[in-house]
Design a protein. Structure first.
Length: 442
């Protein structure tokens, strides 16, 4: 039996008026009075009768004022040009699975009954955010407007799910992560376009495994792709290992676009409120066919939003069996390593620019940088963990081409191993530095 078209549920569509900030030609947010149609109830009613709902393109957006909830076996699809927009002040995700569960006080327990076989495909998903003041009151991609699961923060929010497909979606101007996954297995996220996205594009929290993230492009003000096994507590519903994930076909933003162009792998050790700990390693990850990513972030970073002494990894996290294949740079980029690593292989690198003599593709060692909230040095904060040692074992850097010419002895030319040192002139000069040591072992 074919699914009923969404228009047949039109009697449940509500109309309303509200003020919505939109970006003008100068990039500034301007208020607009809107009379729009709210489709949340109609779409949810359709899912109560059938497992597939399609949103065809139309001149006006489908506004939502609450998340669309998908049960096991359900699919929400849309034409590529269909715009789904969150009503100002909703402050939630836009679509999620039914049984979103959070475990902030301990590891994810065995024996859960996850949702399964959920698909979201097509559509332009947006909150029209333009900075905090122009965010239309949609600062948090929570699972619900009241009593949402702590740590949930996505436009498309899928937590506690097996067998996921998110395909051919555009995430436009959102303050939440574009696609936020956690406690997932067997997932495919492909064909994601980021359009002035203000948080991460595809953000995965542990435990997670057996996944593919493919063909992500566009401009993001944060990481286009992030695998965060350990995580800042205000952005994670669960914690745990991430493994056997392939990330491929990632493209940095074109020149002139405001974008971080980074991929993050964040392992660590989570300490729960009762004092117990959980190791959150990341292992068996393949990153391939990657173009113009400025920084691969393989390092420790405490939570400055909560206060670095209130939320930090107990130890430097562990990465194992990380492979990077087919990296293209038309501008300088770096693989920044400040984690415990065993097995890091980087192969088939193409530098389509002339690197400066000091340029290093792989930088190994603890990091130091200063966050300066104001002019009072007593309030300045260290961003990283410069007093922690870093050990990398089993690094292999394969063929490197510079402007089409192969480089001899690429490891000695493009790899740096550097200890931290205390800066005696801090705070007159920055950063503070530290005592952490870097070791590179065979």
């Amino acid at each position: 039996m074919s699914a009923n078209p969404i228009e047949s549920f039109g009697a449940l569509v509500q109309t309303g008026t509200w003020t919505e900030n939109r970006v003008d030609v100068e990039g500034k947010s301007q208020p607009h009075e809107v009379k729009g149609e709210l489709w949340s109830a109609a779409i949810q009613a359709a899912f109560a009768q059938q497992n597939t709902v399609h949103l065809p393109a139309r001149p006006e957006p489908y506004y939502l004022d609450s998340p669309i909830v998908l049960k096991s076996g359900q699919s929400l699809t849309a034409d590529l040009t269909t715009e789904i927009r969150l009503r100002p002040g909703s402050n939630t995700c836009m679509v999620r699975n039914e049984h979103v569960l959070g475990f902030r006080d301990g590891p994810v327990p065995a024996g859960l009954q996850p949702d399964t076989d959920i698909r979201v495909e097509g559509g332009i998903w947006t909150t029209l955010a333009n900075g905090v003041k122009g965010a239309n009151g949609n600062l948090r991609g929570s699972s619900a407007s009241q009593d949402g699961v702590p740590g949930t923060h996505g436009v498309i929010l899928l937590h506690n799910v097996r067998r996921i497909t998110v395909r051919n979606v555009t995430i436009r101007q959102s303050k939440a992560f574009g696609v936020h996954l956690a406690n997932v297995r067997e997932f495919l996220v492909e064909g994601v376009i980021l359009d002035r996205q203000e948080r991460d594009g595809v953000h995965v929290n542990g435990p997670a495994s057996e996944g593919v993230i493919r063909d992500v492009s566009g401009d993001s003000h944060d990481d286009p792709v992030a695998l965060n096994a350990w995580e800042w507590e205000n952005y994670a519903p669960t914690f745990g290992p991430i493994h056997h994930v392939t990330i491929e076909g990632i493209r940095g933003a074109p020149e002139g676009k405001h974008s971080t162009d980074s991929i993050r792998l964040l392992p660590g050790v989570k300490r729960f409120a009762d004092g117990s700990t959980l190791d959150c390693p990341i292992h068996d990850i393949v990153l391939r066919d990657i173009t113009d990513i400025r920084e691969f972030k393989f390092y420790d970073q405490p939570n400055l939003e909560k206060g670095r002494d209130n939320d930090f990894s107990v130890e430097v996290g562990t990465l194992r069996n990380i492979q990077l294949q087919g990296l293209t740079f038309t501008r300088p980029g770096v693989i920044q390593v400040a984690a415990e690593v065993e097995g890091l292989r980087v192969e088939d690198v193409r530098l389509a620019f002339t690197p400066a003599p000091a340029y290093r593709l792989i930088a190994i060692g603890p990091m130091s940088a200063t966050y300066r909230p104001g002019n009072d040095p007593s309030r300045w904060v260290e961003i990283f963990s410069p007093d922690r040692d870093v050990t990398v074992k089993g690094l292999r850097l394969g063929k490197v081409m510079v402007n089409g010419q192969s480089v001899e002895d690429a490891e000695s030319r493009f790899v740096s191993v550097k200890d931290q040192q205390i800066n005696p002139d801090f705070p007159r000069t920055l950063p503070r530095g530290g005592l952490g040591k870097a070791r590179l072992l065979p």
